[in-house]
Design a protein around this ligand. Structure first.
Ligand SMILES: [Zn+2]
Length: 150
Protein backbone atom coordinates (compact mmCIF):
# COMPACT_ATOMS: atom_id res chain seq x y z
CA UNK A 1 0.00 0.00 0.00
CA UNK A 2 2.80 2.44 0.90
CA UNK A 3 4.37 1.83 -2.52
CA UNK A 4 1.17 2.57 -4.43
CA UNK A 5 1.54 5.40 -6.92
CA UNK A 6 -1.06 7.69 -8.37
CA UNK A 7 -1.06 9.63 -11.64
CA UNK A 8 -1.28 13.37 -11.02
CA UNK A 9 -1.37 15.78 -13.92
CA UNK A 10 0.61 18.99 -13.43
CA UNK A 11 -1.65 22.04 -13.81
CA UNK A 12 1.34 24.10 -14.91
CA UNK A 13 2.85 22.03 -17.75
CA UNK A 14 0.39 19.14 -18.22
CA UNK A 15 2.96 16.41 -17.49
CA UNK A 16 1.61 13.32 -15.76
CA UNK A 17 3.62 12.37 -12.70
CA UNK A 18 3.47 9.07 -10.83
CA UNK A 19 3.54 10.08 -7.19
CA UNK A 20 3.73 7.60 -4.31
CA UNK A 21 0.53 7.81 -2.27
CA UNK A 22 2.61 8.16 0.90
CA UNK A 23 4.12 11.40 -0.49
CA UNK A 24 0.92 13.16 -1.57
CA UNK A 25 0.84 15.44 1.43
CA UNK A 26 4.58 16.18 1.54
CA UNK A 27 4.31 18.85 -1.15
CA UNK A 28 5.59 16.81 -4.14
CA UNK A 29 6.87 18.67 -7.21
CA UNK A 30 6.36 18.09 -10.91
CA UNK A 31 9.28 16.07 -12.31
CA UNK A 32 9.23 18.16 -15.47
CA UNK A 33 8.71 21.83 -14.53
CA UNK A 34 9.50 21.48 -10.78
CA UNK A 35 6.35 23.35 -9.76
CA UNK A 36 5.03 22.15 -6.42
CA UNK A 37 1.61 20.50 -6.49
CA UNK A 38 -1.10 22.03 -4.35
CA UNK A 39 -1.96 19.90 -1.29
CA UNK A 40 -3.87 16.80 -2.38
CA UNK A 41 -6.64 15.87 0.04
CA UNK A 42 -6.86 12.19 0.97
CA UNK A 43 -10.45 11.18 1.66
CA UNK A 44 -11.13 7.86 3.35
CA UNK A 45 -14.90 8.43 3.12
CA UNK A 46 -17.15 9.30 0.19
CA UNK A 47 -17.51 13.05 -0.36
CA UNK A 48 -21.00 14.48 -0.94
CA UNK A 49 -21.00 16.81 -3.93
CA UNK A 50 -23.67 19.21 -5.20
CA UNK A 51 -24.26 21.23 -8.36
CA UNK A 52 -22.39 24.04 -6.58
CA UNK A 53 -19.31 22.04 -5.45
CA UNK A 54 -19.08 19.71 -8.45
CA UNK A 55 -16.50 21.71 -10.40
CA UNK A 56 -14.14 21.95 -7.42
CA UNK A 57 -14.61 18.46 -6.05
CA UNK A 58 -14.78 16.46 -9.29
CA UNK A 59 -13.65 18.44 -12.35
CA UNK A 60 -10.61 19.97 -10.62
CA UNK A 61 -9.71 16.91 -8.53
CA UNK A 62 -6.04 15.91 -8.95
CA UNK A 63 -7.03 12.35 -8.03
CA UNK A 64 -9.31 10.26 -10.24
CA UNK A 65 -12.93 10.36 -9.08
CA UNK A 66 -15.59 7.68 -8.91
CA UNK A 67 -18.92 9.53 -8.83
CA UNK A 68 -21.94 7.63 -7.52
CA UNK A 69 -25.21 9.13 -8.80
CA UNK A 70 -27.93 8.08 -6.37
CA UNK A 71 -31.32 8.96 -4.89
CA UNK A 72 -32.88 8.39 -1.48
CA UNK A 73 -35.76 6.32 -2.91
CA UNK A 74 -33.44 4.00 -4.90
CA UNK A 75 -33.06 0.70 -3.00
CA UNK A 76 -30.12 -0.62 -5.09
CA UNK A 77 -28.32 2.69 -4.37
CA UNK A 78 -28.77 2.05 -0.65
CA UNK A 79 -27.45 -1.49 -1.04
CA UNK A 80 -24.32 -0.21 -2.77
CA UNK A 81 -23.61 2.58 -0.24
CA UNK A 82 -21.69 0.43 2.30
CA UNK A 83 -19.59 -1.02 -0.55
CA UNK A 84 -18.60 2.50 -1.61
CA UNK A 85 -17.79 3.42 2.02
CA UNK A 86 -15.52 0.41 2.17
CA UNK A 87 -13.86 1.15 -1.18
CA UNK A 88 -13.21 4.74 -0.05
CA UNK A 89 -11.16 3.37 2.84
CA UNK A 90 -9.34 0.83 0.68
CA UNK A 91 -8.48 3.32 -2.08
CA UNK A 92 -7.82 6.40 0.07
CA UNK A 93 -5.14 8.53 -1.60
CA UNK A 94 -5.52 6.80 -4.97
CA UNK A 95 -9.14 7.63 -5.71
CA UNK A 96 -11.81 10.04 -4.52
CA UNK A 97 -15.27 8.58 -4.16
CA UNK A 98 -17.95 11.23 -4.56
CA UNK A 99 -21.73 10.96 -4.24
CA UNK A 100 -24.28 13.06 -6.09
CA UNK A 101 -27.94 13.06 -5.04
CA UNK A 102 -29.60 13.41 -8.45
CA UNK A 103 -32.93 14.72 -7.08
CA UNK A 104 -31.21 17.60 -5.30
CA UNK A 105 -28.69 18.31 -8.07
CA UNK A 106 -30.51 18.27 -11.41
CA UNK A 107 -27.92 20.39 -13.26
CA UNK A 108 -25.07 17.92 -12.90
CA UNK A 109 -27.21 14.82 -13.43
CA UNK A 110 -28.68 16.18 -16.66
CA UNK A 111 -25.27 17.39 -17.83
CA UNK A 112 -24.04 13.79 -17.69
CA UNK A 113 -27.36 12.33 -18.91
CA UNK A 114 -27.85 10.11 -15.87
CA UNK A 115 -30.80 7.92 -16.90
CA UNK A 116 -30.82 5.04 -14.41
CA UNK A 117 -29.81 4.67 -10.79
CA UNK A 118 -27.33 4.00 -9.51
CA UNK A 119 -24.94 5.22 -12.19
CA UNK A 120 -21.19 5.27 -11.58
CA UNK A 121 -19.13 7.79 -13.55
CA UNK A 122 -15.34 7.54 -13.60
CA UNK A 123 -13.55 10.90 -14.01
CA UNK A 124 -9.93 11.52 -14.81
CA UNK A 125 -8.61 15.06 -15.33
CA UNK A 126 -12.19 16.33 -15.26
CA UNK A 127 -13.48 14.04 -18.03
CA UNK A 128 -15.67 10.94 -17.90
CA UNK A 129 -13.57 7.97 -19.02
CA UNK A 130 -15.95 5.14 -18.06
CA UNK A 131 -19.55 4.60 -16.96
CA UNK A 132 -21.39 1.78 -15.20
CA UNK A 133 -25.17 1.68 -14.78
CA UNK A 134 -27.01 -0.42 -12.20
CA UNK A 135 -25.99 -1.78 -8.80
CA UNK A 136 -22.74 -3.72 -8.96
CA UNK A 137 -21.16 -6.05 -6.43
CA UNK A 138 -17.85 -4.97 -4.94
CA UNK A 139 -15.85 -7.31 -7.16
CA UNK A 140 -17.36 -5.79 -10.31
CA UNK A 141 -16.66 -2.25 -9.14
CA UNK A 142 -13.08 -3.25 -8.39
CA UNK A 143 -12.78 -4.64 -11.92
CA UNK A 144 -13.70 -1.18 -13.22
CA UNK A 145 -11.25 0.41 -10.77
CA UNK A 146 -8.45 -1.87 -11.86
CA UNK A 147 -8.83 -0.67 -15.47
CA UNK A 148 -9.41 2.90 -14.37
CA UNK A 149 -6.47 3.26 -11.98
CA UNK A 150 -3.83 1.36 -13.96
ZN1 LIG B 1 4.84 20.52 -14.48
Amino acid sequence: MANERVLIRCRNCGTRNRIPVARLQDGPRCGSCKQPFPPIPINSRPVMVTDRTFADEVIASPLPVLLDCWAAWCAPCGAMAPVLEDLARTYAGRLKIAKLNVDQNPMTSSRYSVMSLPTLLFFRDGKVVDTAAGALPRLEIERFLYRFLN
